[in-house]
Every structure is written in structure tokens, then in C-alpha cells.
Design a protein around this ligand. Structure first.
Ligand SMILES: O=P(O)(O)OC[C@@]1(O)O[C@H](CO)[C@@H](O)[C@@H]1O
Length: 326
């Protein structure tokens, strides 16, 4: 069983410009698409598109257009559990330019009341309670809406731990800092920082790890990830864009090259990497296979426009090369 929680889901509106963005001027748009989004929704979508059933848990009123958008995907393996809330799902806009530059404009989201936060927690535990097989995953993803406690993910890890499910957390900024502050007591089984987020967690300069990775030196990334593993996190999957990815666990660290694809839009690439990792894991793959599949799904997402998410048909023909770092 796989349940994703997206505390701050969105309708993702992607607008395509026929030329470069002209700041301070009127820009005429090419195509406009709207898709259901938010990181956990994306993870569940990718899993379901690959034949792995998943439930996307979102706070949303029963008449929220987000729910209609999820429904209209018509994905048989995708279940949606909506916890009724007063606010509407935010609309996040992505502006894409012909050279592949994508600019995201994310709203902060309608707030959650204390009672709504409690209702989401109750629904999450209820969904996961039957999942005591040790193979199930809870994926907690994205920013937190106003009103949610900044350490909500820390609390949720503590709440879910006794249920015997594996827990992935993918977030940034203050909720990520809160997660780091909650170690080692509330350590997730998987986190997926990018280079800058990993640097933030490891107390390194913002671009130190990425700069080293671009120069082909993955030691600093592996070292930062190892520190987090020593603090109790089961696996750190660091995604490094064109420089590939590094997976660190208690058994070692590996680097994977990024399969070569034409990069069209990186929106959803991180979510697709998590889906790929979990997909390989629930299919019994070892750590190298989880890393390879994460890279394949992340690269496939980057080769698709806007927030389009990959299906198995979109996976790159060439797999990553994996090298053990330690
Ligand atoms: O504002 P957050 O929660 O950090 O990110 C939300 C978001 O940018 O992430 C997804 C792509 O990863 C999009 O579907 C969505 O718009």
C-alpha cells in the first residue's frame, strides 16, 4: 500500500510563451494547460501510471476543481481521499519559454485550521493502519500551507512510525529545517533533497555540493548524505540534475549518471524520482536498482513539457551508470 499526503495541493497551470519572457511587457501566451498537482499528488500519479496502486490524500472541499481534475485523469490505480476543508486548492503557474526555461509561481495556499490539520492526521493514520506489512510507504510531500505547524512532518513521522510503514519526506525551506532539527527521534526512511537542500541540511554553503558534483566530485554530496544517515535517516536520495544522483544508505553510497534526455521542463522531476525509487523498492529491487529507476523516472519527467508526468513508455532508452562511492 502506498499513500501520499500533499498538505498543500495545487492546480498546476502551465502557460507556454512563443518567445522569451519579456519582463515588464505584455506577453501573449501560446498553449495553456491545467493539471492536478502538488508533490504527493504527482508521486501517486506516476505510481498509478506505472501500474502501482496509490492513494493521494489531499485536504480539499468536495466541490474543489482539484478533485475533478484528479478524477478526469481516469487513472484506474489512483485513488484520491479528500479531507474536507474550507479553503480552495491554490493555483500554481509555470511559465515555459522556448529555450526550456521554466519559471514557477507558487501560491502559498489557503490556510488549514487546527481542526483541519487534525482531520488530515486522522485520515492519514486511518488510510495507513492496515499497512503493517513492512513494505508499505507513506510519502509526505511538498510545502506546508499557512496554519499547518512548521514541524508537521516531524509530528507525522512520529505518528506513523508505530504503524510499521516506511516514510518518505520531500520538502524544503523551514519544514525541511524542522525535519533536520527533529533528528534522530523522528527520522524518515527516505528523503530526496536536491543539492542545495542537502547543503542546507549539512550546514554547507548553498552551492558547495552542486558545484563539486558538476565538477564530477560526488564525495561532498556522499559525505553530507552519510551524516544524515548516521542521524537515523534510512536513505538519502540526492538529485543533482544533469550531474545525476547520489543514494546513501547504511550500506554505502552510489552515484548514478543522469540518462541523457532533451530537458524540456524539470517540474515534477523530483516527484517522479521518488515514485521511481518506491516503484523499484516495492518490486523487490535492491538499492542500485532503486537509484537507477529513480533516475530513469526523473529524467523522463524532465523530457516532458510543463507538469506532464512520465509513464513507462516515456522512460529513456539508456539506463544510468551506477558507481559505488563507498
Ligand atoms: O509549493 P510546493 O509545495 O513546494 O511545490 C508545489 C509544486 O511546485 O510542486 C510540484 C512539482 O514538484 C507541482 O505540481 C506543484 O505546483
Amino acid at each position: 500500500m502506498i499513500v501520499t499526503l500533499t498538505p498543500n495541493p495545487s492546480l498546476d497551470r502551465t502557460v507556454t510563451l512563443p518567445g522569451p519572457l519579456l519582463r515588464g511587457a505584455v506577453n501573449r501566451l501560446g498553449s495553456v494547460t491545467v493539471e492536478p498537482g502538488g508533490k504527493g499528488v504527482n508521486v501517486a500519479r506516476v505510481l498509478a501510471s506505472s501500474g502501482q496502486e496509490a492513494t493521494a490524500l489531499v485536504p480539499a472541499a468536495s466541490d474543489d476543481p482539484l478533485l475533478r481534475a484528479i478524477d478526469s485523469l481516469g487513472l484506474p490505480g489512483l485513488a484520491c481521499r479528500a479531507v474536507p476543508v474550507a479553503g480552495a486548492a491554490r493555483i500554481n503557474t509555470a511559465v515555459t519559454e522556448p529555450d526550456g526555461t521554466t519559471t514557477k509561481l507558487n501560491e502559498s495556499g489557503a490556510g488549514l485550521s487546527e481542526a483541519e490539520v487534525a482531520a488530515v492526521e486522522a485520515a492519514l493514520s486511518e488510510e495507513l493502519r492496515p499497512a503493517s506489512d513492512g513494505r508499505s510507504w507513506a510519502v509526505l510531500s511538498g510545502s506546508l500551507p499557512p496554519g499547518a505547524p512548521v514541524d508537521w512532518y516531524v509530528r507525522l513521522v512520529g505518528l506513523l512510525r508505530p504503524l510499521g510503514v516506511r516514510i518518505a519526506v520531500d520538502t524544503s525551506d523551514a519544514p525541511l529545517a524542522a525535519l533536520a532539527a527533529g533528528l534522530p527521534d523522528c527520522a524518515p526512511d527516505l528523503i530526496k533533497p536536491n543539492g542545495q537542500e542537502l547543503a542546507q541540511l549539512a550546514g554547507r554553503g548553498a552551492t558547495d555540493l552542486e558545484d563539486a558534483a558538476v565538477a564530477g566530485d560526488f564525495g561532498p554530496v556522499a559525505e553530507a548524505a552519510r551524516i544524515l544517515v548516521e542521524l537515523g535517516i534510512g536513505a538519502v536520495l540526492a538529485t543533482l540534475g544533469p550531474a545525476g544522483g547520489v543514494l546513501a544508505t547504511g550500506e554505502g553510497a552510489w552515484h548514478a549518471t543522469a540518462p541523457s534526455v532533451p530537458v524540456v521542463s524539470t517540474v515534477g522531476a523530483g516527484d517522479s524520482s521518488i515514485a521511481g525509487f518506491i516503484l523499484a523498492d516495492v518490486r523487490g529491487g535492491g538499492q542500485a536498482e532503486c537509484l537507477r529507476t529513480a533516475m530513469a523516472y526523473g529524467s523522463a519527467a524532465a523530457s516532458l513539457p510543463g507538469t506532464a508526468l512520465p509513464t513507462p513508455r516515456d522512460l529513456p532508452a539508456q539506463a544510468s551508470e551506477i558507481v559505488r562511492l563507498n
